[in-house]
Design a binder for this molecule. Structure first.
Ligand code: BDR
Ligand code: CA
Length: 368
């Protein structure tokens, strides 16, 4: 089978690579080996970014790339804000702009697990960068699909890898489904997604969970330690003209690209009646860099998958009882209330220091 061949090739490791540019035939195994040789034995937190760039995804990826506290093992693209045919080349464009073509970029899911893709072109434009145009990337994705790349890196580094998830959780759910032992090897998942206080794309649901509620449900049931950075905090962190001026005053490739995307996004924001746009994904990334930016509380988070109006909603239980909807009269299972000891499955961001976030973000983006 084609995918088996790919996996076998990944597991062989094989040749080293002077990883300055990625040819179309390059495999993830080659790139990973090269970056292992270059990396230090201890130090930065090792992450994989799963993402759907995406205006705010671009800011988050730039923040990660400009942060020495993080070592990006790979970027896996997923359909979300716009189709994969845009998010994948956009991810490649971002690593190229930042001069980090050594980071493997892999193609992930083109659609949610069981639903049709709903995208967010009103916020991110048709091309995912609010209409900001950049040249086609000269680098290519690795030949293995995202699920294989996730399994290979995590499998080789049990307990070492943090997943930073910035889009619908389709790739992660598929990897967990393909390999049930994987959950026990993931150090942590830090995600932008969800809300304990209503949604943004529907009254009930935040966009990433709305797009693939079944995937979110699988991830929250997986037992992997989760940090959920949702709308409760991200909607309190707004990028404004003042921040744009600071980016434009700097002259580096990263700051100029971020400014170009932001300038375009202000146009879309004005159409929505907003004076700025939220830093959803970079805020999630920032939680790995400065533990004082967010205040986290333990919750048992449940994901709604069944509702006609509420699929993708996330609910946080803090105290017993854990009460689901009332059972139907003809239901065989009437036990919708649990008094068993409540076991939190996530740390949920409930408070944010917005100034402190921008004091981290702007200097990092303007130095690059
Ligand atoms: C999330 O949805 C996307 O539009 C953003 O990139 C972010 O990940 C916010 O709801
Ligand atoms: Ca995103």
């Amino acid at each position: 089978m084609h995918s088996m061949n790919r996996r076998r090739f990944v597991s062989q490791g094989c040749l080293t690579l002077a990883a300055t540019s990625i040819a179309s035939s390059t495999t993830f195994g080659q790139i990973e080996r090269a970056s292992m040789i270059a990396s230090r034995s201890a130090g930065p937190r090792r992450i994989i970014i799963d993402t759907d760039p995406g205006v705010d995804d671009a800011f988050a990826i730039f923040l990660a790339i400009t942060s020495p506290e993080l070592k990006i093992e790979a970027i896996t693209a997923v359909a979300g804000n716009v189709p994969l045919s845009f998010t994948l080349p956009n991810a490649l464009r971002l690593v190229e702009i930042a001069g980090r073509t050594d980071i493997p970029v892999a193609a992930g899911a083109t659609a949610p697990l069981v639903r049709r893709l709903i995208s967010a072109t009103d916020v991110h434009g048709q091309n995912g960068f609010a209409g900001a145009e950049f040249p086609a990337p000269s680098v290519k994705p690795v030949s293995e699909p995202a699920v294989d790349v996730l399994r290979a890196i995590i499998g080789r580094n049990p307990g070492e890898i943090t997943l930073v998830c910035l889009g619908p959780l389709t790739n992660i759910a598929q990897a967990l489904q393909a390999d049930p032992a994987l959950a026990g090897k993931i150090a942590q998942i830090t995600m932008m997604g969800g809300s304990l206080s209503g949604g943004n794309i529907s009254p009930a649901a935040e966009f990433n969970f709305y797009v693939d509620p079944e995937a979110a449900d699988i991830v929250f049931r997986s037992g992997v330690p989760i940090t959920m950075v949702g709308l409760d905090v991200t909607e309190k962190v707004t990028f404004t003209e003042k921040h744009l001026a600071m980016l434009e005053a700097a002259n580096g490739p990263v700051s100029m690209a971020a400014a170009k995307i932001a300038r375009q996004e202000f146009g879309l924001a004005r159409k929505r009646g907003a004076s700025g746009f939220h830093m959803h994904d970079p805020l999630a990334m920032s939680s790995l860099l400065d533990s004082e930016i967010l205040r986290l509380e333990d919750y048992l988070v449940k994901i709604e998958t069944a509702g006609l109006y509420s699929a993708g909603a996330s609910y946080g239980y803090k105290h017993n009882p854990v009460r689901g909807s009332a059972p139907m009269k003809d239901a065989a299972d009437v036990s919708r209330v649990s008094d068993a000891a409540l076991r939190p499955n996530a740390k949920v961001a409930v408070g944010v220091n917005s100034d402190r976030f921008f004091e981290l973000l702007i200097p990092r983006l303007t130095k690059a």
